[in-house]
Design a protein around this ligand. Sequence first.
Ligand code: FBP
Length: 360
Amino acid sequence: MSNVDQPFIPEPALDRDCMTLSRHVLQQLHSFGAEAQDLSAIMNRIALAAKLIARRLTRAGLVAGALGFTGEMNVQGESVKKMDVYANDVFISVFKQSGLVCRLASEEMQKPYYIPENCPIGRYTLLYDPIDGSSNVDININVGSIFAIRQQEGLDEDGTASDLLQNNGRNQIAAGYVLYGPSTMLVYSLGTGVHAFTLDPSLGEFILSSENIRLPDHGSIYSVNEGNFWQWEEPLRDYIRYVHRHEGYTARYGGALVGDIHRILFQGGVFLYPGTVKKPEGKLRLLYESAPLAYLIEQAGGRASTGTQEILDVVPEALHARSPLIIGSKDDVALVESFIQDRARAVEERAARERSRIPQ
Ligand code: FBP
């Protein structure tokens, strides 16, 4: 009796263990065509970068020169960690000889990096933050990597990446992050839902662990560095006073955006990195921190805002442009925004009253 007569029903564990990232991408795209194969291959290279960085992080305390500062400052004006440089080089190395990604832009590089052998055949740009939460690296607390894939428009011969400054975050064709925590997880979206994979070290493969993740409309968690309280505009202070005075709120802040967003993705709530009086644009970088995470969270039913505009509608003014970020469950983001709108309305009403007092 041949096997065509008996449908092949693999045991559940086997079927699960075969749902690798590259297979899931093809399944999501319902295609084995060239574009789908390219995106599947790109995601597979990002997975390799994540494995290499995870290996380095898990043994960092035993590897000479893995921890500490390089003594350099990066384009953000921040002291560079050795792990930042290692991780940045890993992302470049995994795309060499791929014919996939022509240009890489990262938090650690002033200008984009071009892989000549991939250009112009490689039609994609990778934007990434190689190590998110660098301040956690040397004390063994979780960190992450953040990535977004965009179509490269034009040849960008002058190397200014001007095409990236003409479009908003809705131009991303895929985005995600890697969380280097007790287990290493990769969470991504191609615009068809948000899916999480867990690295199985015994297989060396990222295996699907949660599919079509949806975050609740409201969560009890608020995540913000309250140490900046006196640097914020009044509406944000009003919001924090509100959650301090109301039952049902709990503070969680890990010092690494990826870790805080991962918690909110699974439990709901809101993360805030507002602008300050001195730096109204805030700290976080739009193209490789805020926009990729906004893409994910919107796909999971949440929202991401600057306070007055959807993050995905913001067109960057520069490669390393920053933006205030309020992200998470949609009711909680709306609550924060309401304090900003109330304050703006009060200011406007006061101005109108002033104007009405001036004899015409
Ligand atoms: P890096 O990508 O350079 O680590 O910066 C971003 C970040 O570390 C976020 O991960 C985190 O949410 C935030 O900065 C922490 O900033 P602060 O120490 O000001 O609270």
